[in-house]
Structures are given as C-alpha cells and as structure tokens.
Design a protein around this ligand. Sequence first.
Ligand code: ZN
Length: 466
Amino acid sequence: MDQGRTDVYGSLLCVAVQRSGNVTLASQLSRSDAQAVVFYASCRWLLWCLLGLVCAVVLTKPFAPTSDTSTVQRERVASDLERVRFDQDVAVQSGFVEFEVRPTDVSVHVQFSALDPRAYVLITGIQGPDDEWIYRNGGSADDDEEGPVTSAFTDSIYGQYGDAAVFMPMVPLQPLKPGRYRVLFDTQADARLRNSAALFKSSERPIDESLQLLDINLWVAHTDAAWLEELADQRLDGAYRQTLEGILQPHDLTVGELSLYRASNEQIAEFALIDEYDDAQIQSACRAMLSGVENERALNVVMVETLYADEGGSAGFSSVPGPLFDTSAANGCVFMGETAYITDAAEGLDQAMVDELHAVTMLHEGGHFMSLEHPSESDGRSFDYLSDTPECDIQSHDGRIDEWTGEQGEIDGEISDYECGTAGGADNVLFYSGVIEYAPFKLSRQQAWVLRRHPLFRPRTPADSH
Ligand SMILES: [Zn+2]
C-alpha cells in the first residue's frame, strides 16, 4: 500500500464533505420561521457533529493497519501485466493483503518474500468475492507441521523458506472471478518482508485464442567444458527446443527466447554439485543466476552437474509455484541435474533420448513453478485437481503387470511408470517420475489452460517473427 497516496486521498474527501455541509446550512438558515430556526439550529449542531465524526474516521483510517490497496495504482510491467506492491510492514502487521480483480484479468499471482531468506513464509488462506474461502491452511509459519489444507482446488502447501507464492486460477473449474480478494499469510517469528506484490495478467483477445510464448533462461554450472560447448552450439536451440515445442504447440503455446548463461569457474566449483536439502546452497545458486539475467520475464533454470541427496537425488525440483520478477527471490529458479540422465547402451539410452529427458525435466519443473501439481503422487493416494489428467491410484495399480515389459510389478506401496502406463498418465509431462519409453510426453488441455494464464507465458511480439 502506498501510505502517502492514501493520506492525500483521505484529506481531500474530508474537505469535500465540509463544503457541501456549509452550503446546506446557509440555505436552510435564510428561512424566517422561528420554529424552523430552532429546528435548523439543532440540525446544524447535529450536522457539525456528524461532520466531525466523518472527518475523524476518514483522517484516522489511513493510520490503522490495513492492506487495502483500492487507492493504489497498478503499475504496468508489460503490455499484458500489471502489478500492485503492498506496504511490507502493514502486510505483516495485518497478516493479509487485499486487492481487486478486474473483469479483464485472467489470472493473479501473489508473492511474499521475507527479508531474512531463512524465515519460513506460509500462505494461510485465500478469500474470494462474497467472502468465499478458496483455500485455507490451518498451520502457521512457526509450526513444523503445516496444514491441514482445505480447498476444493488444490491440496498444495504454499510455503517455503524465504518466499511463498500462490497463483489463481488453479483449475478451469474455477476461472478467476472479478471482485475483491484477500490473501492471508504468516511469516516465521513475524519476520519482516522484503517484497510482497500481486501480479495481474490480462488479455485483450480471449486468452484461449491467443498464442502464448515462454522464454527460458538457462544458467549452467558444469565442470565439463566440452559438454557445455555442445549445449551452447546445438543442443539448446536444437533438441531441447524441438522437444519443448512438440509438447507445447498442440495447445497453441510455444517457446520464445532460449538464453544460455555460463557460471563462472568459481560458481562452478561452488554449485556443480548441489545438495537437495541444503536450502542455503540452493538459494545462493539461484541468486547467482538471477543477478546476471537480462530477461526478467522468463523461466529461470539452474542446470548443474548433479543434484544429490542421501537417498540418491533427483532429476529436478521447483517451488510450487515460484516467485516472479524479483532478482533477489530465494526460490526464483527451478533446478535440474545433468547426470540424472546419461547415455547408457545397456539401458538403451542414447544422446537423443537423454536430450529429450532433460528438456522434459525443464518443462516438468517449469510446470511446477507455474503451479501445476503431479497428476498422481508416488503414493497413488493424492492427485491434482484437473479433471482431464489420469489418476493412477495405488489400489488398482500397485503390483500390476508391467505394461511395457510384461512382468509383474512389485507391490511396494508406490506406483511406477510401468504400473500406471499411458492410461495412468505415465506419458504426462507432470508425471512424478518419467521414463523415455513413454515419450513423447504430453500436457493435458487443462494443464495448458493453466499455463497460458501464467505471467511467464507472454503474447507474441514483432521480435518473435524472425
Ligand atoms: Zn515433479
């Protein structure tokens, strides 16, 4: 909230009320009737009291804790994006921010970043027009256990160390309604905020009829200089682009600029191997990347040699969803590890397959960053809230005959790619695992519906035509 602007607005309103009050009184007192004079005298007294009351309320209102942004101008960020920045201290004090969604808005993205990146930030509720609860999380940023989550549209916990974000609409069943919204949040030990903002995307044409492009910044920390050369010379604008376009284009989405950034030797030494559970290392790798990128409206991908963890490490990870337009954001990047997929003749993995899996990982993590969830989690018990992504439930899939090898799957309390098969969503980009046998990977219509509304997807510009 812009405190100064609110002050000015309040004073002007008070002056306007005083003026109209004087005019009324003067015309009324010109009457000669005695009774009328007594009546009007008491009336005048009453009016002055009322006036004082109104002025007191109007003048003191700006000083009460509020995150009301109705008087704050939206600032234009791009032809289809506008932003409102909230007053950080007022937001923390009140525990919420409020904003107005207009009929032309197709989405809103709200984020909170703590001044101290080690402080936990948690979104605890979203109230829509008519005070409808869209999302509630019963936890607090000081608890080890967050939740429980109550929502008809997601079961995600929107919380992280450093910053938290939320994106609406979450599913096509619930398009963004115009009106007033309130997003409630909590910071660990009431930590102060560095940044909190709402980003609104609008579209002059119906958004579902317009081509939308995703720009990607790829920052690479890798010790193998030859591998990096190949990536720069052919892979990025070759195999990676081809795979990404193959998944996006059926939905009238595509890839715009792919920009490559190479980490310095010092940064390579620091970040080529990343411990998935080391928040400080992850955050500093992301900040190292963000400090050097030129295009702010792009998916920021940190690609390192290896992401490791005690139990093996993964191909990639991301916030769900991540913070935007903030070069100091702790969680503003998605991560992927190159050695998660390497050519292996015994496994039948050639370079083209490895490239495809890397590109799919990039889009998988990018999908999370833009708020998409796994259609089915590995436990086969929790699913996304999109109605056109297959559900692979544990009861009917665990231990099933492997669709690919024809072998009996293992009853181990987890669903696998082969147990689920295509009918169970193993070929979906957001499937929790992902093996090359199910390529080419796909997005569902509803996943694409969500992505095209996200601020990272942008309309075409004249610069895209060449
Ligand atoms: Zn995932």
